[in-house]
Design a protein around this ligand. Structure first.
Ligand code: OAD
Length: 254
């Protein structure tokens, strides 16, 4: 494992334009459950029942009660872990240019990452479905279900539901980032939800190397990605970032 960490750090230190694609796995060590796999949200809820826009339109109260109220406390109190902090450090070092995240938790920005594309939107803000006015999730009164705006319209999160398009600006920026990077790091992403899972494919087709960090292999492993660091994002990123810093310091002394 130590050799693999050194190898990955070597690729990162040599990269001119690193882009990261992150999924729910990077936030697991911050106490946020993933969607799939053991302990995942979709073990508890049917994604088509609570995660689809048509279910929300049919019965917003149910979706608010089942999913959103439960997630609010978890998301509002979560703090970045070594995975997020490692990526922010790589940006500070001038290597990492963009983080494309499928997560709606805002933890990359909290860790200090500046160029973050929120592919599936964010949980921090709500929007009235009638008048479009915005409100912070943390400020919303949950005694009324579903929460409503002063105009009487129902609030929804600025998250992308199943059945909705990816916001064009985010999709565009992600495709540009994927096609211009020379290395893509895919962290904590099951790579089964499209079009996010296609970003590493675009990177590979554009000539970039793709490296994954995940305790489990994914559909990208061995096909699109050439290296899988099999482990948790926090530990792996802490070790990789420390090694990248060592390589850079050694180069400066030469
Ligand atoms: P998933 O829940 O599908 O997958 C989480 C991935 O993280 C899996 O591959 C796990 O093996 C891995 N994992 C678990 N613990 C980890 C850890 N400590 N460190 C690193 N990896 C770990 O999450 P996503 O791939 O993000 O969509 O799911 C994609 C989309 O599916 C989400 O954005 C959401 C969901 O439905 C929408 O909300 C539209």
């Amino acid at each position: 494992m130590e050799d693999l960490i050194k190898k990955v750090a070597g690729h990162i230190a040599a990269a001119k334009h690193l882009v990261a694609l992150t999924g729910a796995g990077i936030s697991v060590e911050s106490g946020i459950p993933p969607f799939r796999g053991k302990g995942g949200l979709w073990e508890k809820f049917d994604p088509m029942e609570v995660g689809h826009i048509q279910s929300f339109m049919r019965n917003p109260e149910k979706v608010w009660r089942l999913l959103i109220s439960e997630m609010r406390d978890v998301l509002v109190s979560a703090k970045p872990n070594a995975g997020h902090l490692g990526l922010a450090r790589l940006e500070e070092l001038g290597i990492l240019k963009t983080v494309i995240t499928q997560n709606v938790d805002g933890l990359h920005q909290m860790a200090g990452s500046r160029d973050v594309v929120e592919f599936h939107g964010n949980f921090a803000w709500l929007r009235c479905m009638d008048c479009g006015s915005r409100e912070q999730t943390v400020d919303i009164d949950l005694s009324q279900m579903p929460p409503k705006c002063g105009c009487g319209g129902i609030y929804r999160h600025e998250c992308v539901f199943f059945g909705e398009m990816i916001p064009p600006k985010e999709l565009d920026r992600s495709q540009i980032a994927a096609s211009t990077c020379d290395l893509m790091l895919v962290v904590g992403c099951s790579a089964v939800v499209q079009p996010a899972a296609f970003m590493p494919v675009i990177a590979k087709q554009s000539g970039a190397m793709v490296i994954e960090i995940n305790p489990e292999p994914t559909p990208l492993t061995g096909t699109t990605s050439t290296i899988l660091v099999k482990g948790k994002a926090g530990k792996a990123m802490r070790e990789i970032t420390a090694e990248v810093e060592r390589i850079i310091a050694a180069k400066r002394q030469q």
